[in-house]
Design a protein around this ligand. Structure first.
Ligand SMILES: *Cc1c(COP(=O)(O)O)cnc(C)c1O
Ligand SMILES: [Zn+2]
Length: 390
């Protein structure tokens, strides 16, 4: 199958880089690099209906993904995740078209699998032997699993108070686990320190490596296909590093250039916890970047990111989409997990439960309309968070 990857481009200054070599961030301005494809050529030969039938996982979008040779694909048997209607919860909230994309069914139980499948595959393609990552939990699990599958060594740096499930999981995959006092930011600092004596570790931190984003963008492609190439009105996204939100926004742009969808876009709603809401504060102040959130604390560990590296890209997508950023208190999260489980039979993660709370608030404020087609993402299975269920 023909591949259309052409180059990497800095998200801020526009400098371009070769995807044939290992790349991290822009050498000039230090910001994230984005994979660019020859979409004019792709438009001539790629039919969305052909791709839709090319398999049952996000790998069917391979012509628009960065892996050049089939044999470098590292897979744990991913599948297209279900888009399910939440009729009973919808009635309760007053939302007539409420849907959830259940990412908890991906390998390792979270949507981090998408990004790490791509990052590890590309690492393999470029001959990387060791990867390292700071993580709040699920990214560490996914990188450890895909690295094990690829025969690559994995070094994960996590906060000391990370759920025991995540820690045990990484250890079982054979990863080197380093626990650090503090948040993911402190874990990242410890990793930078450790890399000084291990310069051959390839850093796959969120958006400091170009390809996790490409994995996460496949949520946008799958969603469009599942809605018969008409995008929903509103997307609620629990935001930590923001990869999925930025990735879907990129996917929508690519699909429009391919002629697969029109110019209509969903409102992108970034959901955070009141205990760590750098994006919400930046949005409220109409800023283009965020400030470090001190003493970050929330039971939704995936949202405990005090300063997202690609904050400017998250905020850009929110502004362009005419969406917003909202924070919800931790105190409402567990009740929402139970509500979803009891009403709909889905045991969701706390990050997703936060989006249910946000939805309720935005329906009340009329920012979201009862008749809107609304999509929530269950970003991980609730089974990974037993300690929250007291
Ligand atoms: C990482 C994570 C998030 C946040 O995702 P980003 O793309 O980093 O914003 C949300 N939910 C869960 C369960 C996660 O593991
Ligand atoms: Zn740059």
């Amino acid at each position: 199958m023909q591949k259309f990857l052409s180059h990497l481009e800095c998200s801020v200054c526009g400098l371009t880089y070769s995807p044939k070599e290992l790349q991290t961030v822009c050498k000039s301005c230090g910001k994230s690099l984005l994979a660019r494809y020859d979409l004019i050529e792709a438009r001539k030969s790629l039919k969305k209906s052909d791709l839709a039938h090319a398999g049952n996982s996000f790998w069917k979008y391979s012509p628009l993904l960065p892996i050049q040779r089939e044999e470098n694909i590292v897979s744990l048997g991913e599948s297209v995740t279900p888009l399910v209607k939440l009729a009973r919860l919808g009635v309760n909230l007053g939302a007539e078209q409420l849907w959830m994309k259940d990412e908890g069914l991906l390998p390792t139980g979270s949507f981090k699998a998408r990004g790490l499948a791509l990052a590890v595959s590309k690492s393999k393609e470029l001959g990387v032997k060791n990867i390292c990552i700071p993580s709040a939990g699920n990214a560490a699990g996914a990188s450890s699993a895909y690295a094990a599958r690829a025969g690559i060594k994995c070094f994960v740096f996590m906060p000391k108070d990370t759920s025991i499930v995540n820690i045990k999981e990484c250890q079982a995959y054979g990863a080197n686990v380093v626990l650090v006092q503090g948040t993911i930011s402190d874990a990242a600092k410890a990793m930078v320190e450790a890399r000084r004596s291990n310069p051959d570790w390839f850093d796959v931190s969120t958006l400091k490596e170009p390809y996790r984003l490409e994995g996460k963008k496949t949520m946008g492609y799958e969603l469009a296909e599942q809605f018969d190439w008409k995008l929903p009105d509103v997307i609620f996204y629990p935001t930590g590093g923001g990869t999925g939100l930025i990735g879907m926004w990129k996917a929508f742009d690519e699909m429009e250039q391919l002629g697969w969808i029109g110019s209509k876009r969903p409102k992108m709603i970034s959901v955070q916890s009141s205990g760590c809401q750098p994006i919400v504060r930046a949005f409220d102040e109409r800023r283009n970047d965020s400030e470090f959130w001190n003493n970050a604390s929330t039971i939704a560990s995936g949202l405990r990111v005090p300063k997202p590296f690609a904050d400017h890209l998250i905020l850009k997508a929110i502004y362009e989409s005419k969406g917003c950023a909202v924070a919800v208190p931790d105190g409402k999260i567990v009740a929402s997990i139970k509500e979803m489980a009891a009403k709909e039979g889905f045991f969701i993660c706390p990050e997703a439960a936060a989006t249910v709370v946000a939805l309720r608030n935005l329906l009340k404020k009329n920012f979201v309309k009862r008749s809107d087609t609304i999509v929530l993402f269950n970003t991980a299975t609730g089974i990974k968070y037993p300690e929250l269920m007291v």
